[in-house]
Ligand binder design. Structure first.
Ligand SMILES: [Zn+2]
Length: 278
C-alpha cells in the first residue's frame, strides 16, 4: 500500500466535487460570522479574512488548480484542503469535533465547516483586483480547451525530466496529482520514467485526452480516491477497483497480467506496467 498520507490527499476531482457540493449552499448567501477554533493551519488564517468576510454575500465559488475561491465584493477567500481537509455544509447545531477548525455561519442557518486532522490546508484572503501569490505562475487547467497534446508537446521539447514529474509540475498543468498522473500514463501506454522530451506529439495527444477522460470520470463519480473522504452529500465517490496501476504493486496488470511495478520518482510512489507502458 502507498503511504496513507498520499492516498488520502484530495486531488483535483475531490476539490471540484467539493466546489459543486458547497456552491449551491453559498452563492447568494451572506456570511454572518466566522468561528475560528484553530487558526494555525498550514499558514495562520489572516486577520484580513476574519475581518473581511463577515457581512459579505457570496457571488461565486470558483476552482483554480486545487484552490477554491469564494468571491465576494470585499475580496475572495482562498481555500485549500491540504492533505486531509474537507468542507461540508451542515446545520449549525451539529457539535464541532476536535478537527473542526473553522465554521462559516451563513444567513441560511447552515454552516460551512472546515475539518482538517493534519492541518496542512489553508484559508487565505485575496483582496479584490489582486491575484494571490499562490495562484501566480500556475499552468493551464487540465479540463480547459487550451490544454491539449500540442501544448504538452511544445512545452516538453528538450526536457529530460521524467514525463510523470513533468505532468505533475504545476507550471505545466495544474491539478494532475500522483494518482491521476499514474492512471493517465497507463491509459496512454507511456512509461512514467520516459524523458518528457522524448514523447511524440501523437502520444501527447493521447495522453491529454486520457487525463481529461480520467478527471471527468472521477468528478462524475463524485470524485474521490480517499477511502474516508466524505463528499459534501455524505457519499464516498471513488472506487479502488477502478485503479489500473496506482497502489497495485505486484498485482497483475488488468490488461496483460504482468505484475505492476512500483518505483520512486521525485520522492513519490510511481506505479506502471512494464509491458503496457513504453
Ligand atoms: Zn500490462
Amino acid at each position: 500500500m502507498p503511504a496513507l498520507a498520499e492516498w488520502r490527499m484530495p486531488e483535483l476531482p475531490e476539490v471540484e466535487t467539493t466546489r459543486r457540493g458547497i456552491a449551491p449552499h453559498l452563492v447568494g448567501r451572506r456570511v454572518e460570522k466566522l468561528i475560528v477554533r484553530q487558526r494555525n493551519l498550514r499558514w495562520p488564517i489572516p486577520l484580513a479574512l476574519q475581518r473581511g468576510l463577515p457581512g459579505q454575500r457570496v457571488d461565486a465559488v470558483e476552482r483554480r488548480a486545487k484552490y477554491l475561491l469564494v468571491h465576494t465584493t470585499a475580496g475572495s477567500a482562498l481555500l485549500h484542503l491540504g492533505m486531509s481537509g474537507s468542507l461540508r455544509v451542515l446545520p449549525s447545531l451539529v457539535p464541532a469535533g476536535p478537527h473542526d477548525h473553522v465554521d462559516w455561519q451563513l444567513d441560511s442557518g447552515k454552516i460551512l465547516r472546515y475539518t482538517d486532522p493534519r492541518r496542512f490546508g489553508s484559508q487565505l484572503w485575496q483582496p479584490p483586483g489582486t491575484l494571490h501569490p499562490l495562484l501566480a505562475d500556475l499552468g493551464p487547467e487540465p479540463l480547459a480547451d487550451d490544454f491539449d497534446g500540442d501544448y504538452l508537446w511544445h512545452a516538453s521539447r528538450g526536457r529530460a525530466v521524467a514525463v510523470k514529474i513533468f505532468l505533475m509540475d504545476q507550471k505545466i498543468v495544474v491539478g494532475v496529482g500522483n494518482i491521476y498522473a499514474a492512471e493517465a500514463l497507463f491509459a496512454a501506454g507511456i512509461r512514467p520514467t520516459r524523458a518528457a522530451g522524448s514523447v511524440s506529439r501523437a502520444r501527447y495527444a493521447r495522453l491529454a485526452d486520457e487525463i481529461k477522460r480520467i478527471l471527468v470520470h472521477a468528478i462524475t463519480r463524485g470524485g474521490t480516491t480517499l477511502r474516508d473522504f466524505i463528499s459534501p452529500d455524505g457519499a464516498p465517490g471513488y472506487f479502488e477497483q477502478e485503479l489500473f496501476v496506482y497502489g497495485r504493486k505486484g498485482e497483475p496488470c488488468r490488461v496483460c497480467a504482468t505484475p505492476i511495478r512500483a518505483i520512486v520518482t521525485g520522492q513519490r510512489s510511481t506505479f506502471y506496467c512494464p509491458h503496457c507502458q513504453r
